[in-house]
Design a protein around this ligand. Structure first.
Ligand SMILES: NC(=O)c1ccc[n+]([C@@H]2O[C@H](COP(=O)([O-])OP(=O)(O)OC[C@H]3O[C@@H](n4cnc5c(N)ncnc54)[C@H](OP(=O)(O)O)[C@@H]3O)[C@@H](O)[C@H]2O)c1
Length: 297
C-alpha cells in the first residue's frame, strides 16, 4: 500500500484516479481548492497551487510516496483570455510541485495534453517537437520543459480527450453533451478536429501503473485508432440513447470562431504505452462503452 497525493483531486480526472487508487487499497489524499460533497470520504488537504507555501504544507502533511498532478486550468477558451492566472497554475504551479517532489525524493506524475502539438501532422510521437497554437497548449508545453529540467525522473503523460462521467463535477466533455441532449438541444461538432480519446477509467489505471513503476519521461495515452469529434460525438450520443441525427457537422477551420484556436490533429501514437503497460490501450469502440458506464460512489 502506498500513500498517494493527487493535486486537482476534486476535478474530473483527479477524482477518478483517487477513487481507483482507493479501491486498490492505497492511502489517498485529495488536494484541491475546495472539498466536494461526494468526495467527503477521502482525506482532503486544501491547497492553492499558485502559492508555494500552500503546496509545501500539503506535501509535508500527506508525506506521499507518489504525487500525481492533475490540477490545471483546463478550459482552453478561459486560458486564452486569462493568461496570467493560467500561467501561474499550469506552468508555475506544476513546476513547483515537480521541484518539491525532486527535493523530497517522491515519485511525480504530471498530466499534460496533446495541445502541446500544432496539429499539422497526421500523427504525433513522444519525440516530436512541441509547437502549441493556443495559450493553454503553451502553458502545458512550458511546464513539460521546465519539469524535465528540475525533475527529470518525472512521468509526463500526454492525453488527447478524456471521456467519462465525473464523480462530482469538473471538465467532462461527455457530461456536457449528455446535459445538452437531455435538455433537448442539438449539438454542433467539428468534422475536421481529430482526436485519440481515452476513457477515464483506463486513464486512471495507466496513470497509477506509471506512477508506481520506475518509468520516467514522456508517454502518450489514448485509443489506438483516431476519430473526428463529429463522428465521436455521434457515437457517444447513440451510446447514451439519443438520436445521433441531433449531432450536426461543421468545419471549424472555415468557421468564424472567436474562441481559442484548436489544433486540428491531436492523434497520439500510443505504441510506447502498448509495449510498456499492463493497462491496455483500447479501440474507440471499447473506449466509448467504458466511458458511458457511470461509477457509483
Ligand atoms: N478532460 C480532458 O479531456 C483533458 C484532455 C487533455 C488533458 N487534460 C488535462 O488533465 C488534467 C485534469 O483535467 P480535468 O479534465 O480533470 O480538469 P478539471 O476537472 O477542471 O480538474 C482540474 C482541477 O484543478 C483544480 N485547480 C485549478 N486551479 C487550481 C489552483 N489554483 N489551485 C488548486 N487547484 C486548482 C480545479 O479546481 P476548480 O475546479 O475549483 O478550479 C479542478 O478541481 C489537466 O491537467 C488537464 O489539462 C484533460
Amino acid at each position: 500500500m502506498k500513500t498517494i497525493l493527487v493535486f486537482g483531486g476534486s476535478g474530473f480526472v483527479g477524482s477518478n484516479i483517487s477513487h481507483l487508487a482507493n479501491k486498490l487499497g492505497h492511502r489517498i489524499f485529495i488536494s484541491d481548492k475546495i472539498q466536494k460533497e461526494k468526495l467527503k470520504n477521502f482525506e482532503f488537504i486544501q491547497c492553492e497551487i499558485t502559492n508555494i507555501s500552500s503546496i509545501k504544507a500539503c506535501i509535508q502533511k500527506a508525506k506521499p510516496d507518489l504525487v500525481i498532478n492533475t490540477a490545471a486550468i483546463a478550459d482552453i477558451d478561459f486560458a486564452e483570455r486569462e493568461n496570467e492566472i493560467t500561467h501561474k497554475v499550469n506552468t508555475q504551479g506544476a513546476l513547483t510541485i515537480a521541484e518539491l517532489c525532486a527535493a523530497y525524493n517522491m515519485r511525480h506524475v504530471f498530466i499534460s495534453s496533446d495541445a502541446v502539438y500544432s496539429g499539422e501532422k497526421m500523427e504525433y510521437f513522444e519525440t516530436d517537437e512541441t509547437s502549441p497554437i493556443n495559450y493553454y497548449g503553451f502553458t502545458k508545453s512550458m511546464a513539460e520543459k521546465k519539469i524535465g529540467e528540475v525533475n527529470p525522473k518525472s512521468v509526463i503523460v500526454r492525453i488527447s480527450l478524456v471521456l467519462g462521467f465525473p464523480l462530482d463535477g469538473g471538465n467532462s466533455f461527455l457530461a456536457d453533451i449528455n446535459k445538452k441532449l437531455i435538455c433537448g438541444s442539438d449539438i454542433e461538432s467539428p468534422t475536421d478536429i481529430i482526436r485519440t480519446p481515452i476513457d477515464v477509467k483506463t486513464l486512471s489505471a495507466a496513470v497509477l501503473e506509471l506512477g508506481l513503476s520506475d518509468f520516467y519521461g514522456i508517454i502518450h495515452l489514448g485509443s489506438f485508432d483516431k476519430i473526428s469529434r463529429y463522428e465521436l460525438t455521434k457515437l457517444l450520443a447513440h451510446e447514451l440513447g439519443f438520436d445521433k441525427q441531433r449531432i450536426k457537422p461543421f468545419d471549424s477551420i472555415s468557421t468564424e470562431n472567436p474562441k481559442a484556436k484548436r489544433h486540428k490533429n491531436g492523434s497520439l501514437n500510443v505504441t510506447k504505452a502498448i509495449e510498456l503497460l499492463q493497462t491496455k490501450m483500447l479501440s474507440i469502440e471499447v473506449t466509448i462503452k467504458n466511458a458511458v458506464e457511470r461509477i457509483e460512489l
